[in-house]
Design a protein around this ligand. Sequence first.
Ligand code: HEC
Length: 472
Amino acid sequence: MRFFLPCLASVLLPVVHASPPDRDAATLYAHLCANCHGTDLQGNKASSLIDPTWRHARDDAGLARIIRQGDRKSGMPAFAAALNDAETRALVVFIRETAKRRIDPAVHQARALPSGVQASEHHAYRIEKVVDDLDVPWSLAFLPDGHLLFTQRTGGIFVARQQDGLWTTRPVAGAPPVWVRDEGGLFSVAVPPDYATNGWLYLTLSDPGPEDTGNTKLVRGRLRDGRWTDQETLLEAPRDSYTSLGVNFGSRVVFSDGYVFFSFGERGQVGQAQDLALPNGKIHRLLPDGGIPPDNPFVKTPGALPSVWSYGHRNPQGLAVHPKTGELWETEHGPRGGDELNYLRRGGNYGWPLVTHGMNYDGTPVSPLTEKKGLEPPVLHWTPSIAVSPIRFYTGDAFPRWKNHLFLGTLGQQELRRLEVKGDRVIHEELILKSLGRVRDMITGPDGCLYVALEIPGPDTPDYIVRLVPAP
Ligand code: HEC
């Protein structure tokens, strides 16, 4: 069932950009620009476009403007007649990507863990390995008894605990089967605040469907004698929407104010993030048992899924709750460029794919627009992509000057960043870890240490969980 709201029809109409595939950004650049600016943007007759010192184009809008309008005095032709706005935007992304690659070559390998005391703006720390020999640890959680729960993307829930200084890990029996394909598998495990009274744990996964397909799903269950039991499905997609595409599952689960929030990626079905009748490309808000809170924003909207809290999301792999205010923050992977950090508002439309700072992977444009009235703009966005993934607020006492700061992990750029937020803004940012591995999750431990799940790139490289321990 599809249902478009009449009052939002202008926003919801599918965008069609019929750019033929031979008009991707690299091809356009080669045909229209390379002659003057050099085949690899290093400059030829005209100036280099990877030089960070721009004469005309200070920001993205300025870049687009000079491409459209040219500059008669300096000899830069106007391309408004040859390129539509979306293609111009794609060229801007292409120029930014190429420049970034020059300045900061893509990281393919991770460095070994540094030993000794590491410095940062507020705190010195050491990095200790906690659990080794893993295969993409995806999510971390702590039980009230101090045991560390984690998932591996290829399946399996594990419990790790420290005894006499040594960490031991055992798998939980009876973990649900998952559809392991590309990005798909087992995702988040989360412990709700009232765990002690009822024992429920929440789990998100790519559920195996018919004929080698899968889709994102939210379940809860209990741990009893080392077994996963009592599983209940809380939110799943209609069977006929299961797809063989192994991308954009989203899939974090967090708790705020007695509600369960769950991020569901658009699954590569681009326009569906705007369709309120479908679960993909949405953040959902549920009661702890999967019921619908009566004050959800779309409960009275005919045809809309009543669980939807916000929509227009692409691949929301990060979801975090501010420990003081209960407000929600979200990260999502853009396509090529256009990664976002969002502040979530009730009923908000976050714009994918109507507006984006990115372009398609083949270099063809997604949208000419990076913003539009009525669509929520990101708080921060990154082009080229940093592959932004988990976010989590630090809540411990071991690093007092990090308290309530938002930690943000990236995959491609292998970074852990610390963000200070105020209201819906980011007021300061610091790079904490770089090139130690793809950051899949982080969490404050009962000891106040910051635990970080690292995926080490490479075919046979074991992945691990580390913790940042305060150092004098
Ligand atoms: C006929 C030669 C020519 C062609 C073709 C051309 N440019 Fe230019 N472009 C120039 C010149 C000349 C300038 C002025 C800068 C300079 O002094 O070299 C310029 C400036 C620019 C600037 C501003 C640089 C700055 O420092 O602010 C951008 C961005 C740019 N061009 C992008 C493009 C793109 C994208 C294309 C292809 C769609 C393109 N140009 C095609 C000659 C050309």
